[in-house]
Design a protein around this ligand. Structure first.
Ligand code: ADP
Ligand code: MG
Length: 742
């Protein structure tokens, strides 16, 4: 059987790669060794024109009359056809278009409105992202229009800003090679493609360049009129891409040289670049943005500020940078602003200076300063301004969040006062050499990558991005494996890719540890690691189609019943954790965001980035150095002593249950890490979610017992979920699942 027969099924990856000749898969730099640039660019232009020939219905700024005479000419040539059409610019609004179409020998004009950034709509019809996608929707069916769009009067392809996707050209490819000489040659060539055109994945050359941090290439692109405002398929500008990918050196280039606007929002979330940086914990990007006087407190569609996101994702470095008390503008009484005793949302009550839905500011002065720098959507007048009297001047300064990172023990003292320091475990402090050595040996052995299956990069076909991990994008893909002596098969997989700078950093160790750990594990309720690719370094995992449980809960609340679905998932997570316990693995990051949904009948535990196998002789893993700390999921002894055990995983399991029964609410709302620690200390716990049965809430509360010995074990939890008559509905499904695996 030939490869094309084997791989010819209709699949999204094939649509990306299928029509491309071999030449298209080779590096441009490589191709230039045998071909002239002239020749390459001519071929490329021809290829792009061929792809675009299907959407040559755009006629730019022609008048209504000209559009009618063009269609009449067409009708005369073709005979009376319905659905002969063209698209032109709207004369009244620069971002709108007009569809002119024939039906029953009459000519109609419909306004195509830009409903919101890059999304188009005719009358009350569906809103579709990408002008070409909207037209193709009405080409497939009339869908309420006078007629189906049938044939167009030839013009040119629509402008890049309005398009969702385009043809990947030589420039896109050369940019990904990160070679400024090569990119420069192409940009200076008369046959250079439009510098702003989008590729098959809906990004421009500048987007890709920002994402991978090729500074010299970015400079060149901007000098050649690359548009810094254009949005990619995800609705992100190049600046947002750079901030999401932690490419802080791109920020001055984009803002200073390219005049990029850091306040541009993503159409669906309302996030600006600062949100992207804060959510992913990209501290250098936040710093760089602040240097350009970017507001600290822009508000997303749901009101979230970057500080909220940083708290939500436990990005402690960023929390410190984003806290109003660390304002660049000097505040006379900055110590007065914050205190852990403030009620939730209080910091926003203090930051009451804002205009419309613009950023919050900590002072009227900084608001005025911001709006004197740029209009930023301001129309004419201040809509809301509340007096500063709401600030409580009597409060002592709040301890900085980052002490949790830097010094766990200092936190224990700071937050409780030094009079009665809590007893510390015998092995404290962690500098004790014997303790470290004892742990190091067995860990190295357990985490070795030697037995891990190695995968060659040529057997991997990378597909769309499905998520952003801490160290790089997670992409869907295909793995080719031998099925027999002559045949191959393809398996859909998830591929964790890594930013190029990760390899040189300490993070790689943690990733390799993740791989070594996952490869020891094999359980239905745990995401399976299939193997690793060493060059470039990638982890290949079982693909779990419905993605993160947190998103799934939020998006499908109506179709996820408490019984049987949530009960079943709870049982499965307990079962997976019980298995981890049997393998002496402490997860350390059990949370709804790290559970993946295969189907409503099966969820799987993932994300072992923070997990550690721990040595036989020591019954817990003790963190000697802070990292990203999801404090809201942590038991008090994790935060206070850096002590992680199965019992602390049980605490996190309780919080995960709470997330499930609230359908993805944020535990403790907007409270900050330090405030949560104090709340727990005072004996309070999360409230019972509305839809949560009392019996489940009792289990949750048991998981949050202060004394770890009083918490249930995963064994108890699993037995409870499987055996309790209340849960009998889950038992059958669990049994069925077990059978189908073995
Ligand atoms: P990190 O721990 O670095 O944040 P994750 O493992 O949580 O990375 O992955 C980030 C996102 O990618 C997840 O939330 C999920 O949406 C997606 N993802 C990760 N692994 C898989 C997988 N095996 N199958 C499907 N989607 C996955
Ligand atoms: Mg994760």
């Amino acid at each position: 059987m030939s490869d094309s027969e084997l791989y010819g099924d209709n699949d999204e990856f094939d649509s990306i790669y299928a029509n491309e000749d071999i030449e298209h898969l080779i590096n441009v730099g490589e191709l230039l060794k045998t071909k002239s640039l002239d020749e390459l660019l001519k071929n490329d232009q021809w290829r792009t024109q061929e792809i675009d020939s299907k959407i040559n219905w755009y006629h730019g700024k022609i008048s209504r009359e000209s559009s009618e005479s063009l269609l009449k000419e067409g009708l005369a040539k073709l005979g009376t056809v319905d659905g002969l059409f063209l698209v032109r610019d709207s004369t009244s609004s620069p971002s709108d278009f007009v569809l002119t179409v024939t039906s029953s020998a009459k000519i109609y004009h419909f306004v195509i409105k830009e409903a919101y950034s890059g999304h188009y709509q005719i009358d009350d019809g569906v809103i579709i992202q990408g002008l070409e996608k909207l037209i193709s929707y009405y080409e497939s069916d009339a869908n309420g229009l006078v007629t189906r769009l049938h044939q167009f009067c030839g013009g040119e392809p629509p402008p890049y800003q309005a398009r969702l996707e385009g043809a990947t050209n030589i420039l896109h490819r050369a940019v990904l090679e990160g070679n400024p000489d090569l990119v420069g040659k192409i940009l200076n060539h008369p046959l250079c493609p439009n510098v702003n055109s989008k590729n098959q994945l809906g990004t421009t050359a500048l987007h890709d360049c920002c994402r991978y941090g090729f500074e010299a290439v970015a400079q060149l692109l901007i000098e050649h009129n690359a548009d810094v405002h254009v949005k990619d398929k995800q609705g992100l500008t190049p600046l947002q891409r750079a901030c999401a990918a932690n490419q802080s050196d791109m920020i001055p280039i984009l803002i200073k040289k390219g005049k990029a606007n850091a306040q541009t929002r993503s159409p669906k979330t309302g996030w600006v670049a600062m949100h992207d940086a804060a959510m992913r914990g990209n501290k250098e990007c936040i710093q760089a943005l602040l240097e350009f006087h970017t507001p600290k407190m822009p508000r997303a569609e749901d009101g979230s500020t970057p500080l909220d996101l940083a708290s939500r994702y436990g990005r402690y470095d960023c929390i410190q940078l984003l806290s109003p008390q660390n304002s660049v503008t000097a505040l006379t009484k900055k110590a007065d602003w914050f205190h852990p005793d403030l009620d939730r949302k209080d910091y926003k009550d203090c930051l009451v200076h804002f205009i419309d839905d613009g950023p919050y500011f900590e002072s009227l002065e900084s608001l005025i300063e911001h709006y004197s720098r740029q209009a930023d959507g301001l129309s004419t007048k201040l809509l809301v301004s509340v007096s500063t009297n709401t600030i409580r001047p009597d409060l002592p300064p709040r301890p900085a969040d980052d002490i949790i990172d830097d010094d766990l023990y200092a936190l224990a003292e700071d937050s409780r006062g030094t009079a009665n320091p809590p007893p510390l475990p015998a092995s404290h402090p962690p500098s004790s050499k014997t303790v470290q050595q004892k742990q190091a040996e067995p860990l190295q052995k357990l985490e070795s990558l030697e037995d891990c299956k190695k995968i060659r990069s040529k057997d991997i076909v990378l597909g769309n991005e499905i998520g952003q991990g801490e160290f790089g994008a997670v992409r869907k893909g295909q793995l080719k494996t031998k099925d027999g002596p002559l045949s191959k098969k393809k398996t859909t997989v998830a591929i964790k890719t890594f930013h190029k700078d990760v390899e040189n950093s300490g993070a790689l160790q943690s990733i390799k540890r993740e791989a070594g750990l996952m490869h020891m594990l094999n359980h239905t309720c745990i995401v399976q690691l299939i193997g690793i690719c060493e060059e470039p370094f990638m982890l290949v995992e079982e693909f779990v189609p419905l993605g993160s449980m947190l998103d799934y809960l939020q998006d499908h609340e109506k179709s996820i019943p408490v019984k049987p679905t949530l009960y079943l998932w709870a049982a499965q997570i307990a079962s997976g954790m019980q298995y981890l316990e049997s393998k002496k693995v402490v997860h350390r990051d059990l949370a709804a965001r790290n559970i993946l949904v295969e189907s409503t009948k099966q969820v799987k535990i993932s994300d072992f980035g923070l997990s550690r196998a721990y040595a036989e002789e020591s019954n817990y893993y003790k963190a000697s150095k802070g990292g990203r700390w999801p404090v809201k999921w942590y038991a008090p002894e994790c935060v206070n002593y850096g002590k992680f055990t199965h019992a602390t995983d049980v605490w996190s399991y309780g919080v995960t249950l709470w997330e499930m029964f609230t359908y993805g609410e944020q535990p403790y709302g907007d409270l900050k890490g330090i405030e949560v620690i104090q709340l727990i200390d005072s004996g309070k716990r999360l409230d019972k979610p509305e839809k949560c049965p009392e019996i489940v809430y009792q289990k949750m509360k048991a998981c949050w017992e202060k004394d770890p010995h009083l918490r249930p074990t995963f064994n108890d939890l699993h037995n409870h979920f499987e055996e309790d008559p209340e849960y009998s509905c889950t038992r059958d499904v669990m049994k069925r699942n077990k059978k189908s695996v073995k």
